[in-house]
Design a protein around this ligand. Structure first.
Ligand code: FES
Ligand SMILES: [Fe+2]
Length: 419
């Protein structure tokens, strides 16, 4: 249970709040690079700020204020030029650093005034990496965009999946350090949803949580498992500050504002050995629905949709004054304590946890990976079809509802599944 002031402290993401400041010290994934093959400008809301993300004709990405500094027209209806984004109202043009580089009327009528030199639009850095666009809203100097080990892997098909989840990011992230829910929400509930009564899945017998450089490792023993199992020996990762990492799959919970979260998944599937060497031409990005329009209920058919139901169900901002934490929640307590500790660290001028500034280290940042052998060495298609996790992933995209047909087809072609 948390007192109300701590709940507020941990959940507010606005610019002038302590957690808002902490979260701004990290690069946030906000879109897929490939989405900008077919569009050039879109509105983005991030950490409570209304912004405009664009790709200009030179291929440079920019993230600027939603509103023009002239008379506040909506920059997400602006249009791109060779360099920068132009407001559609009176044509002021801004580059990715926020400089005003053209004021069509003033430049002609009163060039001597150099009015545009006095104007800037709010602008934040954007970087493309691993098929994602990353934004940084914090103080300079910015840390590096983490080059997590799976981003360096070859011979895989990657897809990036988004969902708008109408609740605060922290309750989503608490799910990243909650191994027990897997048994109930994903295993037992899925069986019941399919109307197949019968045995429950193996119970969790033992959990352990441990802080490391880039987050918290969680370990589990379920009925029938030994302490030699990689899920106990290696574990899985609650990745700092707002992600889950399972080995071939990242899920970021990106705060849109205090009451909304952008779920961003980066999912790597190693192609069968027969298909190697394989180089993916384009990493697709797609957005799945959360609500079933026919029934008006949340979609429950896929793993992450089930998670969304848990998160949304906790309320727009979970009221942690009403909770009753058990021993299975030790990781959640640890997560909150680390954030509170880092709020203090930032107040003392220090970097928060897991900000990476060493370029040498960032050539490839290793993480604990329970399935390392399978992912690094690969499997034949035969082996994949017999593997409990890989077989399901060959058959369908199990994590989120709404995969577009063209992504499924590209995936099937990569895996050699098409005729
Ligand atoms: S409001 Fe943007 S140029 Fe006038
Ligand atoms: Fe889950």
């Amino acid at each position: 249970m948390l007192d109300p002031s701590k709940n507020e402290l941990l959940t507010q993401v606005g610019r002038d709040t302590p957690m808002g400041e902490l979260l701004r010290r990290y690069w946030m994934p906000i879109a897929a690079v490939s989405e900008f093959d077919s569009e050039s400008v879109r509105p983005v809301r991030l950490l409570g700020e209304d912004l405009t993300l664009y790709k200009d004709m030179n291929g440079t990405f920019g993230l600027v204020d939603r509103h023009c500094p002239h008379r506040s027209a909506d920059m997400s209806y602006g249009f791109v030029e060779q360099c920068g984004l132009r407001c559609n109202y009176h044509g002021w043009l801004f580059d990715q650093e926020g400089r005003c580089i053209e004021q069509p009327y003033e430049d002609v009528a009163h060039p001597e005034a150099h009015f545009r030199d006095k104007i800037r639009i709010k602008a934040y850095p954007v970087q493309a990496h691993a098929g994602l666009l990353w934004a940084y809203l914090g103080s300079q100097p910015a840390p590096l965009v983490p080059n997590w080990e799976p981003f360096t892997w070859k011979n895989g098909f990657v897809q990036i999946v988004f969902a708008d989840v109408p609740c605060n990011w922290l309750q989503c992230q608490e799910n990243s350090v909650d191994p027990l829910h897997f048994e109930w929400m994903h295993m037992n509930w899925s069986v019941r949803l399919k109307d197949q009564g019968g045995a429950y899945s193996p119970r969790h017998l033992k959990l352990a949580f441990e802080e490391f450089d880039y987050g918290i490792v969680y370990r589990r023993i379920r009925e029938g498992m030994s302490e030699e199992d990689p899920l106990w020996k290696v574990g899985r990762v609650c990745l700092w500050p707002n992600a889950l990492f399972t080995g071939d799959h990242f899920e970021w919970r990106v705060p849109i504002d205090d009451r909304n979260t952008l779920s961003v998944t980066w999912c790597f599937t190693r192609v069968p050995k027969e298909r190697e060497p394989y180089a993916q031409e384009k990493i697709p990005g797609w957005r799945g629905p959360v609500l079933d329009a026919e029934t008006g209920r949340w979609i429950s058919s896929h793993v992450m949709n089930q998670d969304f139901i848990a998160w949304i169900g906790q309320g727009a901002i979970a009221d942690r004054t009403r909770e009753h934490l058990g021993t299975s929640d030790a990781g959640i307590i640890m997560l909150r304590q680390i954030f509170l500790r880092d709020i203090e660290a930032i107040a003392h001028g220090e970097d928060p946890k897991a900000t990476i500034r060493d370029a040498q280290l960032n050539r490839c940042v290793s993480l604990p990976i329970a399935d390392r052998k399978r992912l690094v060495e690969g499997m034949t298609r035969e082996e994949m079809s017999r593997h409990p996790l890989a077989a399901g992933q060959l058959a369908d995209y199990i994590f989120q509802a709404g995969q577009p047909r063209e992504v499924r087809e590209a995936y099937a072609a990569a895996m050699g599944l098409s005729k």
